[in-house]
Design a protein around this ligand. Structure first.
Ligand code: SF4
Ligand code: SF4
Length: 383
């Protein structure tokens, strides 16, 4: 949380958004079993047109947003991506592309470079091609990702690789970091799978055991020492899964504090997972972004601390973690205003302990995970 946001949260004043995440599409050639897209993404038929996205960018920048992420789905599916990047850059945004690497080639890298794209983050599923193929649902994607990671680096971009860790790839972390080193990464996000969207559906098959997690942390520490001894500047960011913490994260720096996501059909959310909550989110096709951010019921519902119940309401830590994640609270308890069960002070913390316990004894086969694809999404929509 920045000083500015923290001050705003404490004073109850609403600051401007700093971050805009543009989820351009839910289309994606891969089927990652941990995808954070909503389970019912197949019900979203319409995407904002190029002109509408350009208007969203202009509105967000006029409000003060400075950082932009283009994601999805796979944002490269959109043939107007270069147009959007160029406009975002012209408006003064720092621009990030969050991609699987599928749909990228040398010509597109050059076009994005010419459009002014600042930063590319490519995701890898594993170092073992078989595990990568099983998790992404594609036997060819892994080799393509490696080729594109090399091409991105060759084009002069600072390269960030993102690896979502779970019980099927966390034991190969040594080889994963070695692969990232070989690819010339400048930074690696070792992001333990957080349990939203498809990951929540597949939680039993994804959550690592505590022993796996501790081994992975030790491996990361060893690599940090090795890289430092070699004078190699490759930053390793290890993100611990919420389920192994006793305090929740300050989700998005607070609801409606610094972050907004615009999803493919124009709905505006305080975070990319919030669509699962039982509430209606405003849409840029119906209201100006400024009005949505400052005045909408959805963006005000969990701002500040007035909405909190016990034990958060009188807790000294409530300005540090803002009571945790509303999506996680809802997914686990059915009540979006509940204390995030990750907190050991939550009366529902036993749900987290039960999931950890299940992970100790869990099935380790990668088969049995439900892939994120249109067919499975339609099955979910019919329920
Ligand atoms: S997590 Fe996988 S399936 Fe989901 S959008 Fe990213 S690449 Fe596609
Ligand atoms: S009780 Fe609420 S405010 Fe206190 S530490 Fe737990 S989640 Fe944070």
């Amino acid at each position: 949380m920045t000083d500015r946001t923290h001050t705003a949260a404490v004073n109850g004043a609403t600051g401007a958004p700093l971050w805009l995440l543009a989820e351009l599409t839910y289309r994606c050639p891969l089927q990652c079993a941990y995808c954070s897209n909503p389970l019912d993404f197949a019900a979203v038929k319409e995407e904002l047109a190029t002109e509408e996205w350009l208007d969203v960018l202009a509105q967000a920048r006029a409000m003060g947003a400075v950082q932009m992420g283009f994601s999805g789905g796979e944002p490269l599916v959109r043939q107007d991506l270069e147009t959007l990047v160029a406009e975002a850059r012209r408006l003064g945004f720092y621009t990030n592309l969050i991609t699987s690497g599928l749909g990228l080639d040398e010509a597109r890298i050059a076009a994005l470079h010419a459009a002014g794209l600042d930063h590319i983050q490519i995701s890898l599923q594993a170092s073992d091609p078989d595990v990568a193929a099983a998790v992404a649902g594609s036997p060819k994607a892994h080799a393509r990702k490696l080729a594109m990671a090399r091409a991105v680096k060759a084009a002069g971009y600072p390269m960030v690789l993102n690896v979502v860790l779970h019980r099927h790839n966390i034991d190969e972390l040594d080889a994963i970091i070695a692969l990232c080193d070989e690819l010339g990464a400048d930074a690696v996000e070792l992001a333990n799978c957080q349990m939203y969207g498809w990951a929540q559906l597949n939680r039993e098959g994804l959550l690592p055991s505590r022993e796996q997690l501790e081994t992975a942390e030790a491996t990361t520490a060893r690599w940090r020492e090795r890289l430092a001894a070699q004078g190699r500047d490759m930053r390793l960011l290890f993100v611990v899964p919420d389920y192994y913490n006793d305090r929740p994260k300050a989700c998005m720096g607070g609801w409606g504090a610094i972050f907004m996501t615009v999803v493919p059909d124009g709905a505006v959310l305080p975070c990319h997972s919030a669509r699962i909550l039982p509430m209606t989110f405003p849409n840029v096709r119906e209201r100006p972004l400024r009005e949505i951010w400052y005045d909408s019921e959805a963006f005000n519902r969990y701002r500040g601390d007035g909405w909190m119940r016990e034990p958060c309401r009188r807790c000294d830590e409530r300005h540090r973690d803002v009571g945790g994640c509303r999506c996680q609270a809802y997914l686990l308890t059915g009540d979006a205003a509940a204390t995030d069960p990750v907190c050991s002070l939550s009366p529902e913390h036993h749900l987290i302990e039960a999931a950890r316990h299940q992970a100790e004894a869990g099935e380790r086969s990668v088969t049995g995970l439900t892939p994120r694809n249109v067919h499975e999404s339609r099955v979910f929509c019919r329920r």
